[in-house]
Design a protein around this ligand. Sequence first.
Ligand code: GLA
Length: 419
Amino acid sequence: MTGPQTPRQPARRTGPDDAARAQELSRRFAEVYGHAPDGVWRAPGRVNLIGEHTDYNDGFVLPFAIDRSALVAVRLRRAAEQERPAGQDEDATGRHVVDLASTYAPDGGGLSRARFRIPGLAPGSVGGWGAYPAGVVHVLAGLDGVEVPGFELLLDSTVPVGAGLSSSHAVEVATVVALNDLLDLGLDGPEMARLTQRAENEFVGAPTGIMDQSASLRGRAGAALFLDCRSQAAELVPLPLGRHGLTVLVIDTRVAHSHADGGYGARRASCERGAAALGAASLRDVPEQADLTGLDEETARRVRHVLSENRRVLDTVARLRAGDVRGIGELLVASHASMRDDYEISCPELDLAVDTALAAGAVGARMTGGGFGGSAIALVPEVRADLVRGAVVEAFAELGHRAPEVFVVVPGEGAGRVR
Ligand code: GLA
């Protein structure tokens, strides 16, 4: 199988919206904490174009960073704040305390806040969204020679929560890029991807792969990230949608999903069982035409999905390299069928979104992300975008499903400092 080719590194571009959001976040930060932050960092959510449940099988993925992101304003505690004033409880002001606040408060208004001390930080000790920055701190503080001081953080995110667009990874990645800069850790994209994956696996407790963090860290405007999840070699494959009169719609079914629930872990376990039965360390080492008849019927279907999905990623990349953007549509459709029938991670709402989008003129559509809910994507001619959106909304209403959110996403810049 041919993997990613020579990486290219075009300059990063951050949009004017990010600059304005960062300025507003700095102002809020000063209101909340009484002083200015040291800086503001940004990390996008992602959409996966193709290559689903292949990452933890050491396979290939092709996600892109989207134009929706988490911003964090951060200020490290200063030396003067590290001395505990006489009689004062260390929990209140000490050097090891991390204060978190988020503008996202589901009950409306106000801020959602959390606080923890770094020493003794253990999985399960910080709940809710605070587990994402805490997981990153936990992993960084465990690195040789790294001391993480306390800090204050204010989060604002435009990545919809629970839509399968990696809102949680965006928070983890924004935190790791901020701490990498502020503590001068010198970590590169692949290293930060591994560390945030560990935060997710070891602290948050979700057995996820490395795709989402990599897209958020290493994505670039106008391109998809072709990633070999075994070596972390990556290639930015241009995705000139506009030039081909195309756009990508996200259809958020608003069916909740969680990768800490059993379905994701069960699929992962099936793949490990399948690889072991076939005498391979991972499914990456199993040839595409391998004889699966010795496996039980269910495991064989899981394995078949992964093997065929890796092939579809390579075919998609080949078509994009050849400038055939419309030509990837049929591969997206085949990917969805494989997830629906072989991997069994779709749901009626995702199938309805895909089928309706295709019937209304999309050139390709598939569920994206871990599955069991979340979002589908549709590759649609720009001129039909409104029609597709309308058809999907109507189909959901007819069947009495909750109204979906349908919106355009643009391949955007990966994570970095905004101000
Ligand atoms: C979630 C996980 C990823 C990946 C996808 C499925 O998004 O976080 O690591 O496994 O599911 O492709």
